[in-house]
Design a protein around this ligand. Structure first.
Ligand code: GLC
Length: 745
């Protein structure tokens, strides 16, 4: 009897696979996995199915959840990382519930678990997907050792407004860079094949959350379908194709529809077009917040809307637990929808091996945390993420000098870790002060001047006196961790407190001043640059920021970071990004404020797209970063002048290190589609490569770009390459280089 039943189930599984409208599976499932899922599903009551769709933040004592666990009312918990407690949670679920389904344990492991890496915006500045993948693998090995098997990362929200606090958490403004970083994190978290160190990735926040109006978090977005398909969706599609096992819906309402009930993006695009068969979870109470949005009457209403839009799991609204049974009984929600949701949840749990290995070895977990190789990986990530914005020649420093260390971020072990750090411990942070004191014992004076970034102290006599006794001043500035991240938007991006005044005071001493900024976003630092001889920019660097910055300051490492986000001259320019459309009246060097004559005629200035007071250009463009050496591009050529749609463009160029230091350049390739069925950006990044060259060395490189990479969704709503004229640049940032022309026929 049993064999006939299994035969039936196998046939059902194969049928499911073949007719689910999906080309196989995006999470890498197999017929064996599907068979186990179907078998378990067939044994579950409606109440047990609904229990799997319920996620609970598990603070406090495990015993508080025992009853719900025994009843199978919890499918996942988040915010508990103590391995002893997690083993007890799993024991209750596995050994004291009817079907013994293990819990999926989630946590925001955003840029490291215990060993903290640079914030994701800093990781993006490395333009090094392989290194970012390595860091995600480190995070997974530390977190899974303690029982965390699901991270709510990578955050793929394209952000083009630095007022938005969560710009810290993503990979910046560019679709191509964001996609490469997202793929790398998915591979790193989940591993090349699933095992006990695999942590399910969760690509978030689906979708368009970073376009919040005014840069105010949680605010409405108004993205058209074309903008979604050409700018905001591609990184998610890339991460899903990389095998991401889960996805999180976003808080924002886009064009009036909250993402947590947006069937167009969740059902039509994610499931229908991309064939995603992983798990979709809401954001924290984003289901319940649809009542506040004015999109639902009550929790029953929003639960119905969410599950019918394709959401599988409810984070902290408890709408599914409270109302789904009634909604199924009254026909508002089909049993098929419930089964599909639970299928997606069980699939992830089976594939992670949770049924076989729900428990962790508490002792073994300790040895993994802060392992030396983890700290080394974190330090390398910082070294590659730091961006050199200015250098009058004072860097790199030589040893033996008397050093004054000052500024609110010089010895800020908590704030140096940055936003979204729940498990990193400040006791493990190595600050710049500690690193420099260790490198140069007896040679480092420390006078903070300001004790935190918002400190408004207004006299710096002690700092100035100490500066006069020093050969060089190293000042560490920026933002406390709390000033970026979720719900932490700013309307003014200047250095807070009296940090700029501190720089002016240091400038007045006449000593060489080297500033390092640690922040969660690109601050507006134009007014500070004249007061420093050099500036390094380090998006909150994490645990190993100190040793990494010391290595850069003293030339052991040559900085190679590039801006993953445009640096504005003033916040009034927001939003400003490199891949903008040309408009009908692009700026042509029109007159600026101070040059406008009195009683100037109404049309005398030239009517183009710019600011009278701040012009049309940012302080630093996307992809920008200096080095201690210099690089020259030459011999840039294409293998053809005319390409077919299924061709591959072969770009060759020679890169020379023309300075006296070994260094690494991020060579970038940009392309412009001059005429389209819709207006197209003036440039789009289509390839980048980190190239390390010895002083004086040059190398000829080849980059291949399939013509299909130029496809976009045009006026007819179809994604394709449109024939016509194109331009291509190879350069060290988005504002440099000479254009080469080519055609696509
Ligand atoms: C938060 C965030 C989301 C995070 C979740 C769980 O509100 O929006 O990114 O993963 O809740 O902490």
């Amino acid at each position: 009897m049993k064999s006939i039943r299994n035969l039936y189930l196998s046939a059902l599984v194969l049928l499911l696979f073949s007719c689910s409208g999906q080309q196989g599976t995006t999470v890498g499932s197999t017929p064996e996995v599907e068979k186990r899922v179907e078998k378990l599903l067939s044994q579950m009551t409606l109440a047990e199915k609904i229990g799997q769709m319920n996620q609970v933040s598990a603070g406090g004592e495990v015993g508080n959840y025992a009853d719900a666990l025994r009843k199978g009312q919890i499918g996942s918990i988040l915010n508990e990382v103590d391995p002893v407690k997690l083993n007890e949670f799993q024991r209750l679920a596995v050994e004291e519930s009817r079907l013994g389904i293990p819990l999926l344990v989630g946590r925001d492991v955003i840029h490291g678990f215990h060993t903290i890496f640079p914030i994701p915006l800093g990781l993006a500045a490395t333009f090094d997907p392989a290194l970012v993948e390595e860091g995600a693998r480190v995070a997974a090995s530390e977190a899974t050792a303690q029982g965390v098997r699901w991270t709510f990362s990578p955050m793929l929200d394209i952000a083009r407004d630095p007022r938005w606090g969560r710009i810290a958490e993503g990979s910046g403004e560019d679709t191509y860079l964001d996609a490469r970083m997202g793929e790398a994190m998915v591979r790193g978290y989940q591993g090349t094949s699933l095992d006990s160190t695999s942590m399910a990735a969760c690509v978030k926040h689906f979708v368009g959350y970073g376009a919040a109006e005014g840069g105010r978090d949680y605010n409405s977005t108004f993205l058209t379908e074309r903008q979604l398909r050409n700018v905001y969706l591609p990184p998610f599609e890339a991460a899903i194709k990389a095998g991401a096992m889960t996805l999180m819906t976003s808080f924002n309402d886009n064009d009036g529809v909250p993402s947590t009930a947006n069937a167009f993006v969740v059902k039509d695009v994610l499931r229908g077009e991309w064939g995603f068969d992983g798990l979709v979870v809401t954001d924290w109470d984003s289901m319940g917040e649809m009542i506040d949005h004015g999109f639902g009457e009550d929790r029953k209403d929003v639960a119905e809307k969410a599950v019918n839009a394709g959401v599988d799991m409810d984070m902290m609204t408890f709408g599914f637990l409270s109302h789904l049974e009634e909604l199924v009984k009254n026909g508002a929600v089909s049993r098929k929808s419930i089964d599909n949701a639970v299928r997606n949840i069980l699939r992830v749990k089976v594939m992670l091996g949770l049924f076989e290995h729900p428990y962790v070895d508490v002792e073994a977990a300790k040895a993994v945390q802060y392992a030396p190789e983890h700290l080394a990986s974190a330090q390398k990530s910082v070294e590659e993420s730091v961006i050199l914005l200015k250098n009058s020649g004072v860097l790199p420093l030589k040893g033996g000098q008397r050093i004054l260390v000052t500024g609110p971020m010089a010895d800020a072990p908590h704030d140096q870790l940055g936003t979204w750090v729940f498990d990193g411990e400040k006791a493990h942070t190595v600050t710049p002060l500690k690193a420099l004191q260790e490198l140069f014992p007896g040679k480092v004076d420390y006078v903070p001047g300001l004790t935190f970034s918002r400190d408004k102290r207004n006299n710096f006599f002690d700092v100035m006196a100490a500066a006069r006794r020093a050969d060089v001043v190293l000042v560490f500035l920026g933002e406390e961790a709390i000033l970026s991240g979720e719900a932490h938007s700013l309307a003014d991006l200047n250095l807070k407190g009296s940090q700029s005044e501190l720089l002016a005071a240091l400038k007045a001493t006449g000593k060489p001043v080297v500033a390092t900024v640690m922040a969660g976003r690109p601050l507006t630092i134009e007014r500070d640059l004249p007061n420093v001889d050099a500036m390094l920019y380090s998006f909150h660097p994490g645990t190993m920021g100190g040793p990494a910055l010391a290595n850069i300051l003293f030339g052991k490492v040559n900085p190679s970071g590039k801006t993953p986000i445009t640096f504005l001259r003033t916040v009034g320019q927001a939003p400003m990004y490199y891949s903008h459309n040309n408009t009908g009246r692009p700026y042509r060097g029109e007159t600026l404020l101070d040059d406008i004559p009195a009683e100037a005629g109404q049309t005398s200035l030239g009517n183009t797209s710019y600011y009278l007071d701040y012009g049309a250009y940012p302080l630093f463009p996307f992809g920008y970063g200096l080095s201690y050496t210099t690089f020259a591009y030459s011999g840039i050529g294409l293998d053809k002048e005319v390409y077919k749609a299924d061709d591959t463009i072969t770009v060759t160029f020679t890169l020379a290190n023309t300075g006296k230091y070994d260094g690494t350049e991020v060579a970038q390739v940009y392309i412009r589609d001059l005429v389209g069925s819709i207006t197209r950006p003036v440039k789009e990044l289509k390839a980048f490569e980190r190239v390390s060259l010895k002083a004086g060395e040059s190398r000829t490189l080849t980059v291949k770009i399939p013509v299909q990479e130029l496809a976009f969704v045009g006026l007819d709503g179809v994604k394709k390459v449109e024939a016509g004229d194109f331009q291509l640049w190879v350069a060290g940032d988005s504002a440099s280089g000479e254009a080469l022309s080519f055609k696509v026929q």
